[in-house]
Design a protein around this ligand. Structure first.
Ligand SMILES: CC(C)(COP(=O)(O)OP(=O)(O)OC[C@H]1O[C@@H](n2cnc3c(N)ncnc32)[C@H](O)[C@@H]1OP(=O)(O)O)[C@@H](O)C(=O)NCCC(=O)NCCS
Length: 163
């Protein structure tokens, strides 16, 4: 939580395609308590244990819809090395292996090419444009919605199910 609180307030970490926020640790904790969303968060680590990013999943609509959404960010010094694609693949494996869901989705700013490449490398497909969906840096921006269906998930990629 303290690492997340530190990262989420830094513009260089959240990038130019996410809203700028300044949240205290207490405000973040309060948000978690108030929220009815089911969510799970994981830190992305290098082999030596250094913490380089976050990947998370959450419900966006009614839980009966059997879908989850994912998000992610990396510390700026570690982008462009394939780490996020690997973390997102592991997340997709984990979610399809452990949750009763039919799809995983992600929204990304139309201009966020790096994020769209990550999703395409993991096997997500473009679904459409969600118009004026998020207010960033003084303007309403369009997002692209991506998804991967359980039947499109090509079996186990990185994670292996153990009995
Ligand atoms: C989006 C983000 C997580 C990508 O992480 P990453 O580890 O760099 O991703 P990967 O290295 O796995 O793949 C990124 C791909 O995008 C490409 N890329 C990176 N920046 C790019 C840019 N500005 N324009 C075009 N392509 C770009 C990389 O070359 C790579 O493509 P390749 O595999 O064909 O070489 C990272 O840039 C980030 O944390 N951004 C800020 C937060 C954010 O935008 N989160 C997503 C919100 S939806």
């Amino acid at each position: 939580m303290s690492l997340f609180a530190e990262w989420v307030n830094k513009p260089e970490f959240i990038g130019e395609y996410n809203p700028l926020r300044q949240l205290s640790r207490a405000e973040i904790e309060k948000g978690y308590e108030k929220s009815s969303l089911e969510r799970g968060e994981f830190i992305i680590e290098e082999k030596d244990g250094s913490k380089i990013g976050y990947v998370w999943h959450f419900t966006t609509v009614h839980s009966a819809m059997k879908l989850l959404e994912i998000g992610y960010f990396l510390v700026p010094s570690q982008t462009g090395k394939g780490y996020c694609s690997e973390a997102a693949k592991i997340m997709v494996d984990y979610l399809f292996l452990s949750k009763d869901i039919v799809r995983i989705q992600a929204h990304t700013d139309l201009r966020n090419v790096a994020s769209q490449k990550v999703l395409e490398k993991v096997g997500f497909r473009k679904e459409g444009i969600i118009r004026r969906s998020i207010f960033i840096r003084g303007e309403w921006r369009d997002a692209r919605l991506y998804s991967i269906l359980r039947e499109e998930w090509k079996g186990l990629r990185i994670l292996i199910k153990t009995p």
